[in-house]
Design a protein around this ligand. Structure first.
Ligand SMILES: Cc1cc2nc3c(=O)[nH]c(=O)nc-3n(C[C@H](O)[C@H](O)[C@H](O)COP(=O)(O)OP(=O)(O)OC[C@H]3O[C@@H](n4cnc5c(N)ncnc54)[C@H](O)[C@@H]3O)c2cc1C
Length: 385
């Protein structure tokens, strides 16, 4: 237990990283002017290529990647500050989100020098966007049972199969996919490899899926005899499982797992400011903010471990589990507080934002690994399984 407590030692954001905050705030004040709260609530599912290119022009895409590949050469704390401000403002970060958070670091760690030089500078310039092809119709939580297969030949690979729930595949240039290169799904983690797939290649069919809110951000992706060049393989053949787990640690450790409902919370706080005697509402707001503040401290503690070159996978899973629970409670608490005072007028903007967040919130504990799977990992980390 002492080990686990040590994992969350208090850490401060260094002054150098904090110095970035006012610049980001000023940039966002200009970029976000006039965007209504229900649009801002989409934040990391809001796709806006022009916004991403404006971020790139400031040198903030690939902030932690080395300068020689077009990155900013900064540390994990600087990226924490940047991401925290983007999410608090509800910035539409989806176009560059996956590349910046996952695909870039993955290519840096496992890619060949030629792959790094080919992809990373264009990613940092906001010229190419990435998506993640892990899940399949019968391989979500049980990712090791993926069936999409690449068969190696003299001049590359032939890819057949299907991915599902692939966020923004229809607007991305490349997918980093986990596929089988040997054995069968009974072989589980063995025989899996990662590929970088150019989504404009013949034989790829991308079909958007419409969600409950009417948005279509994720997709089904079909591969029918797609020819991949030999250098589409990322890392070692057969080492895909270890690589994907490293990638998931990048995915789960960021502040996005505590701020998905922050635009709604902010919008409601604005509403409370205009309500006389809003004592009950303020008490609820205070309780939610107190929990968010603790989660933020935990997320900063994990960032300190990332900055030290560690991979705090269990701690990231813990933050995602507790963080998504808070994110899901926020719309429920706000709906109850508003319903308790039907005599108080509410703006359409707040109601639209509440409706949107209430409809998407169930997905918070699915995307990036479900609550049950994370709890299994935490139990293993505690030596209980
Ligand atoms: C908004 C959104 C965006 C997404 N984007 C992407 C993306 O870009 N790329 C990508 O590859 N995937 C993406 N996903 C897919 C996501 O990773 C999967 O939905 C998730 O891993 C769960 O898989 P599944 O949907 O197949 O559910 P299942 O694995 O079938 O799980 C169904 C339920 O059973 C529970 N369960 C399963 N196994 C166990 C177990 N062993 N013990 C206890 N309970 C268990 C789960 O917790 C869940 O509640 C996205 C999902 C969402 C909602």
């Amino acid at each position: 237990m002492a080990g686990l407590l040590d994992s969350f030692s208090h850490a401060d954001i260094p002054a150098g990283a904090e110095a970035l905050r006012p610049q980001v705030k000023a940039f966002l004040a200009e970029q976000m002017a006039g965007r209504p709260a229900d649009a801002r609530a989409r934040s990391w599912s809001g796709f806006d290529a022009d916004f991403s290119r404006a971020v790139a022009a400031r040198g903030w895409l690939g902030l932690t990647l080395p300068r020689e590949y077009g990155g900013g050469g900064a540390d994990a704390f600087s990226r924490f500050v940047l991401v925290e401000e983007f999410l608090a403002a509800g910035a539409p970060v989806a176009a560059h989100w996956i590349g910046d958070r996952q695909s870039g670091p993955l290519l840096l760690h496992y890619g060949t020098e030629a792959q790094r030089r080919h992809y990373l500078p264009r990613m940092c310039a906001g010229e190419i966007f990435f998506c993640i092809g892990m899940s399949e119709p019968n391989a979500g939580s049980d990712l090791a049972s993926v069936r999409t297969r690449a068969i190696g030949g003299e001049d590359g690979w032939t890819l057949n199969g299907q991915k599902i729930w692939t966020t923004y595949a229809h607007k991305s240039h490349y997918m980093i996919a986990l596929v089988r290169t040997s054995g069968t799904s009974d072989d589980r983690q063995k025989g899996l490899s990662q590929f970088i797939i150019d989504l404009s290649l013949p034989g790829i069919d991308i079909r958007p899926i419409v969600d409950l809110t009417g948005d279509s951000h994720f997709n089904e992706v079909f591969f029918d005899d797609v020819h991949l060049p030999a250098d589409a393989l990322v890392g070692q053949e057969g080492a895909g499982w270890a690589q994907v787990n490293a990638e998931l640690a990048f995915e789960r450790s960021g502040p996005e797992r505590i701020y998905s409902s922050i635009v709604l919370l902010d919008c409601w706080a604005d509403h409370l400011r205009g309500v006389p005697d809003a004592h009950a509402g303020l008490a609820v707001l205070g309780r939610l903010l107190a929990r968010m503040a603790v989660l933020r401290e935990m997320s900063i503690a994990v960032t300190a471990r990332l900055a030290a070159g560690e991979s705090p996978v269990i701690e990231a899973a813990l933050i995602k589990d507790i963080g998504t629970a808070l994110e899901q409670e926020i719309p429920v608490a706000i709906a109850e507080a508003l319903a308790a005072h039907p005599e108080v007028p509410v703006t359409d903007e707040l109601l639209r934002t509440l409706a949107f967040v209430s409809q998407v919130a169930p997905a918070y504990s699915l995307r990036g690994g479900t609550r049950e799977i994370l709890r299994g990992m935490i139990a293993r980390g505690l030596g209980l399984r």
